[in-house]
Each structure stands twice: as structure tokens, then as C-alpha cells.
Ligand binder design. Structure first.
Ligand code: NAD
Length: 283
């Protein structure tokens, strides 16, 4: 079987260039979409993610401001910053880069963001709206995966879909979105007993665990669509996903590469949510 490599970079560029038109339209109404990014501590992966998000904003005409705090920042100070950003009419989206240091209550921090500015879609209100099928902001990574599936014209309705990973930011929301599109969804987690008994059934397999090589070719059905969300470093310090890519070639009908698959889509959807937040301010 010919395995298609799904090009997330190409689709993300198309989305970003279409967004520029919407940004120009907003600017003609004197609204410049604005994103505030809060970064705490010096986690190197977080610093790279924030840098990429800010660069993507600049390239799309979105104003971005970065608020940096040391690892030992006090929670009250962080909450005060968010409250100020909530009131700032030039800021349409607020993003707190996760993970936060353990002395900070992440739930409380995210809950302080105005849900209308929660462009990451992590606020409980946005999680709840997604759950009942009336989303305001979809979390960026699952939103990007749905766009990839849509652009590849992959049939979701009636499909057997397996999601490995049940985090609040990837596994649970993507499972909910797929369910709402008519898939039969199985969610696996670290306590799942026999992973391959589930993966072998999957027409669509989404893997988001942070465990390299957790899925390999022998665990999938012929013709499966594979979406690899993982971002890991292998023994040679090279970026790799959760799926053993090479072992699936010739068995899967399509796979997203790492890098160049889901990652760029996450940023494109963050920009989309920010532009949408700005558009919603037009009455
Ligand atoms: P997480 O650590 O919050 O959750 C991991 C999930 O995987 C948990 O539900 C856990 O139960 C499950 N899991 C762990 N080991 C397992 C096993 N052996 N079998 C079955 N399930 C297992 O992680 P997360 O935030 O959801 O991120 C997952 C991965 O995706 C990470 O590599 C992360 O870097 C990456 N990620 C990528 C993007 C992107 O834009 N591409 C965005 C977010 C996260």
C-alpha cells in the first residue's frame, strides 16, 4: 500500500495566508488582533514554543506581547496580570504557556482568563461548551487535527477511531470532536491493558502520549490513518513522534510526520482563534 505523508506544514501555510486577509480586513476597521503570551520559568521547550508562536503572530500581522516571569513567581502576581489583560481592549487572546511550576495552581490561572479571550480553549467554560457541542474556542492541537482530517477528505462518520492519550489538552478534546462528527471512539490511557487489541481495530488512530515508538506497524490495521501528536527527542536528540514512522510505511494509508504534521497546525489554529476573538469584538 502507498502511504501518504500528510503535509501539515503546507496546510498550515495556506491557513495562515488566508488569515492575513482577515487580519487586513480587521485592520481596515482599526482593529489589530492582539495576543498576550505568558511564560513562566526557563523550560527550554516552552521557550521555543513561545518564540514560534510570537514569530507566527508577527508574520500574520497579529500584535503579540510577551509577559515573562521567573520560575518562583507568585501566583497572585500572575492572576493580577491576567486580570489586567482581560480588561485590555488591544488584547483579544491570552495564552499561558504550560506547564506551570508546581507551586502555581494551573486550574486557577486558566480559570482567571476571560473565556472570550481563551484562545487555547482550556478554560472550563470552553471545555464545557465543546462537551455539549456548542464550542466557542476549540483547543488548538485537536482543532488542527480536525482540519488535517478534513483537508484529506477522511471519512469520520461511522469510523472506528482510537485515541491513545487522555489529556485535557489533546486526548479528551479530540475524542469529543471526533465523537461529535459520528466516529465510534475508544480512548486509551496508561492503564489500558492491551493497547494493540485497540489499535488494530482503528480506521483512524490518534496518538498523543509523549512516549516514542508506542505504536509500530505491527499494531495497526492495513489502510489506517495515523495522526502522530507526540513531540519527543530520540537517542540522537532528533525530534520524533510517538509512532515508529518507518515501520508503518506500506501498511498505513496515511500518516502525519513529526516534525511537519500536527505541530505547525497547532500554531495555525492558535492564530485562527486569535483572529476570531478579534472579529467577535465587532458588534
Ligand atoms: P500528557 O502527559 O498530559 O498525557 C499523556 C497521556 O498519554 C495520558 O493520558 C496518559 O495516560 C497516556 N499514556 C501515557 N503512557 C501511555 C501508555 N503506555 N499507553 C497508553 N497511554 C499512555 O501529554 P499531552 O500534553 O497530551 O501531550 C502528549 C504528547 O503530545 C507529548 O509528546 C506532547 O509534547 C505532544 N504535544 C504536541 C502538540 C503539537 O502541537 N504537536 C501539542 C500538545 C502536545
Amino acid at each position: 500500500m502507498n502511504t501518504k505523508i500528510i503535509d501539515g506544514l503546507k496546510l498550515s501555510k495556506e491557513i495562515r495566508s488566508n488569515l492575513k486577509i482577515r487580519v487586513d480586513n480587521l485592520c481596515s476597521k482599526n482593529i489589530v488582533p492582539g495576543l498576550a503570551v505568558i511564560l513562566v520559568g526557563d523550560n527550554s521547550a516552552s521557550q521555543v514554543y513561545v518564540r514560534n508562536k510570537i514569530k507566527a503572530c508577527e508574520n500574520t500581522g497579529i500584535l503579540s506581547i510577551e509577559k515573562k516571569y521567573p520560575e518562583n513567581v507568585n501566583e497572585t502576581e500572575l492572576l493580577k496580570t491576567i486580570e489586567e489583560l482581560n480588561k485590555n481592549s488591544k488584547i483579544h487572546g491570552i495564552l499561558v504557556q504550560l506547564p506551570l511550576p508546581s507551586h502555581i495552581n494551573t486550574y486557577k490561572v486558566i480559570k482567571t482568563i476571560d473565556p472570550k479571550k481563551d484562545v487555547d480553549g482550556f478554560h472550563v467554560i470552553n471545555a464545557g461548551l465543546l462537551m455539549i457541542g456548542k464550542p466557542m474556542f476549540l483547543p488548538c492541537t485537536p482543532y488542527g487535527i480536525m482540519k488535517l482530517l478534513e483537508s484529506e477528505k477522511i471519512n469520520i462518520k461511522g469510523s472506528e477511531t482510537v485515541v491513545i492519550g487522555a489529556s485535557n489538552i489533546v486526548g479528551k478534546p479530540i475524542a469529543m470532536m471526533l465523537l461529535q462528527k459520528g466516529a465510534t471512539v475508544t480512548i486509551c490511557n496508561s492503564k489500558t491493558k492491551d493497547l494493540s487489541s485497540h489499535t488494530k481495530k482503528a480506521d483512524i488512530l490518534i496518538v498523543a502520549t509523549g512516549k516514542p515508538n508506542i505504536v509500530e506497524g505491527s499494531m495497526i490495521k492495513t489502510g489506517a490513518i495515523l495522526i502522530d501528536v507526540g513531540i519527543n527527542r530520540n537517542e540522537n536528540n532528533k525530534i520524533c513522534g510517538d509512532i515508529n514512522f518507518d515501520s508503518t510505511i506500506g501498511i498505513a494509508s496515511a500518516i502525519t510526520p513529526v516534525p511537519g504534521g500536527v505541530g505547525p497546525m497547532t500554531i495555525a489554529m492558535l492564530l485562527t482563534n486569535t483572529v476570531e476573538a478579534a472579529e467577535k469584538t465587532i458588534v
